[in-house]
Structure formats: structure tokens, C-alpha cells
Design a protein around this ligand. Structure first.
Ligand code: PMP
Length: 357
């Protein structure tokens, strides 16, 4: 604590890197990384940038990558913004588009960073509860009265439950006066993207990441798609903080990733197949498993406390994620989809933990 700290800084809690332990041999199913290596083309493109190229500053506008992403999504370059992971993109969104006197609406069970960014930028928020089956209830947002923006992940995190595109469409049709941010970090594992709706909805911003379905969490690349005016707001914020958001390696690696569609399809399919296997295996062991459209499942066992199961699995060197707040999800575990072998290890450890001799 320092007398030089502002009230905002006093209220912030530093990120505790407990979810990234430096221990060998862990089965790491706690932060939704991809269990497979990225495309070989990504590795080659990064290696090709080595040596002499690193002497020079990167392209401040990430032009080639933005062009590639624009044609991938069938939009124009001025509808694409890139940043150091979607967390940085989100930070710019909060700074540049969501600072509004009216409250920002978000689900009560959702990505934990949203309230953190809101606090940092002095944005008031209002939590809209998920319904009894842990779904986002669009009508509750439409009934909430005027708002300064709406943000939610789709599929939601940490539940993994997806909102159908028609429901997002209904939200957009009924909410035209504020920005709607749909965080599609996990969309590639079977959910509907609303990226095609940006043409008709100038208030829609879609956020994507390379961290999950493209196995590039370590490269830190995320992006936003939206009307050029929304993207322009993000560019203005970016230029004030750091006009070189992506380094050379990140630009080259991300571009090679978008160009390798077959690696991408194969990897998403493998993860979805393992997710189906894991969901079934958990149900057979008595777990309630929410229907997941993400690269993780959210599950609870009626006979075992979530905190206890997570701690016991850790003893077996298997890391899963447990949230003690809010109370409604305190007995759930969020388990990232690993390889088939990691899933075998997880299930064997669970059998010991659930049935101690
Ligand atoms: N949005 C959601 C919903 C997430 O779960 C995450 C990952 N923790 C992110 C955004 C940020 O991912 P990244 O910064 O790696 O792109």
C-alpha cells in the first residue's frame, strides 16, 4: 500500500498466478488451453521471422494479418482490430466503447474479468442472473431498461452453455441504442458465431481469440470484428497506449494459423469428440454436466463438494478449475478438454477421488 495509490488501485487485487504452477508432469486442465501443438506452418512462419527481421519494428497496423482475417470473415479491413490476446482487446473495448453513464449489463455468472475492467474504468455494472438451467435469458436484458452496453461470452464462461444465433439476433433487434459485445473466445467448438450479423448491426462487436481453438495462448493474439466506427474507437484507444499492439512473431504466426484451415478443423473436431466422451464418462460417474459448446465442461457431483474434488485431483497432479464464487456454482468444476490420454488420467484419478477405499 502506498499513499501515492489512487482509490481505484487500492481496490484492485493483483492476479495470483496460482493457475499457472511451474510443476513438471501436471495434467493441466484448468485454463482452457488447447492440448495440441499449433499448426506446423505457424512454427515455420515464426522461425522465418527470426534474426535480422527482429531488428525492425513490426507493422503498427498488422496490415497483412488484418487483411487475412477480413477475407476469412468476409468483411473489410476497417472492420477488424487486433490486440495482444482478447483480454487486451476487451480492455480497449471497456475504455473506448463502454464508459457510459448508464450501467453495463452482463450475466451474473460470466467471465470474471468484465467486472475488473469495469471497475478500472469507473463503469457501473448490473448483473443479469442466468436462468434456472444456467442459460442467458435474452428477455431479461430487454426488460432491464436503458443500458450503457451489454457484454457476454458466447458460449458463456465458465458454464460452456451457448446462446443460439436467433436469440442474439432477438437481443440485437430489441437493443439498438448501446453497444453489444459478444465475446466468442470459445465459439469454434460447436456454437453459432454472430460475426455474420455485424453487417446489419452497427452496434455489434464480436471478440475472438487465437488462444483456444488455434493453440496460440502463448503468442497473445485476439481480435474484434464490427462496424468501422466501433473499430475506429478501439484504434484511437490503442494508439494512445501502444501503437504496436502485435509484435512481428505474433503477426506472422497468427497469419499462418488462419491460413491453415485443415489443422484448425481437425483440431476443433478432435476436441469436440473428446468433450463428448468426457461428458458421458462424467455423467456415468454421477455428475451433472451442463451442455457444453466450448473446449471445457462445467460439471458438479451431487455427493461431493467441488472444492474437495479439485483439491484431491491436484494431489493426483490433475489440475481443474474451481470457483468459490458465486455460491450457485461453488460445487462445479470447470474441466478443460485435454488429449485422450489426459482424459484417461483424469478419469482414473476421479475414480480414486470419488471412491476412496
Ligand atoms: N474471454 C473469455 C470468455 C475467456 O475465457 C478468456 C480466457 N481466459 C479470454 C476472453 C481471454 O483470452 P486471451 O486473452 O488469451 O485471448
Amino acid at each position: 500500500m502506498s499513499r501515492f495509490w489512487s482509490d481505484t488501485v487500492r481496490g484492485l487485487t493483483p492476479y495470483v498466478p496460482g493457475e499457472q504452477p511451474r510443476i513438471e508432469g501436471l495434467v493441466k486442465l484448468n485454463t482452457n488451453e488447447c492440448p495440441y501443438a499449433p499448426s506446423e506452418h505457424v512454427v515455420a512462419a515464426i522461425a522465418a521471422q527470426g534474426g535480422e527481421a527482429l531488428r525492425l519494428y513490426p507493422d503498427p497496423q498488422s496490415t497483412l494479418l488484418r487483411e487475412t482475417l477480413a477475407s476469412y470473415h468476409g468483411v473489410t479491413q476497417d472492420q477488424v482490430f487486433v490486440g495482444n490476446g482478447s483480454d487486451e482487446v476487451l480492455a480497449h473495448v471497456f475504455m473506448g466503447l463502454l464508459r457510459h453513464p448508464l450501467p453495463l449489463l452482463h450475466p451474473d455468472i460470466s467471465y470474471s474479468f468484465y467486472p475488473v475492467y469495469a471497475k478500472l474504468y469507473g463503469i457501473t455494472t448490473r448483473e443479469i442472473p442466468l436462468n434456472a438451467t444456467f442459460e442467458i435469458e435474452v428477455q431479461d436484458y430487454l426488460n432491464a431498461g436503458p443500458n450503457g452496453g451489454i457484454i457476454f461470452p458466447n458460449p458463456n464462461a465458465p458454464t460452456g452453455v451457448a446462446l443460439p444465433r436467433a436469440e442474439v439476433q432477438r437481443l440485437l433487434d430489441g437493443n439498438r441504442d448501446s453497444v453489444v459485445v459478444v465475446d466468442e473466445a470459445y465459439v469454434d467448438f460447436g456454437a453459432d458465431s454472430v460475426a455474420p450479423l455485424i453487417a446489419q448491426h452497427p452496434n455489434l462487436l464480436v471478440i475472438r481469440t487465437f488462444s483456444k481453438s488455434r493453440a496460440l495462448a502463448g503468442l497473445r493474439v485476439g481480435y474484434a470484428l464490427g462496424h468501422p466506427a466501433l473499430i475506429e474507437a478501439l484504434v484511437r484507444v490503442k494508439d494512445s497506449f501502444n501503437s504496436y499492439p502485435l509484435d512481428r512473431l505474433a503477426q506472422a504466426g497468427a497469419q499462418a494459423s488462419v491460413e491453415d484451415e485443415s489443422w484448425f478443423r481437425l483440431t476443433c473436431d478432435r476436441i469436440m469428440a473428446t468433450r463428448n466422451r468426457l461428458s458421458l464418462a462424467l455423467q456415468q460417474r454421477g455428475f451433472e454436466v451442463l451442455p457444453s459448446a466450448a473446449n471445457f465442461v462445467f460439471a458438479r457431483h451431487p455427493g461431493h463438494r467441488g472444492a474437495h474434488v479439485a483439491a484431491a485431483l491436484r494431489q493426483h497432479k490433475v489440475l481443474v478449475r474451481h470457483f468459490s464464487q458465486p455460491a450457485r456454482i461453488a460445487d462445479f468444476l470447470r474441466i478443460s478438454i485435454g488429449t485422450e490420454a489426459q482424459t484417461d488420467t483424469l478419469l482414473a484419478a476421479l475414480d480414486v477421488v470419488l471412491n476412496p477405499t
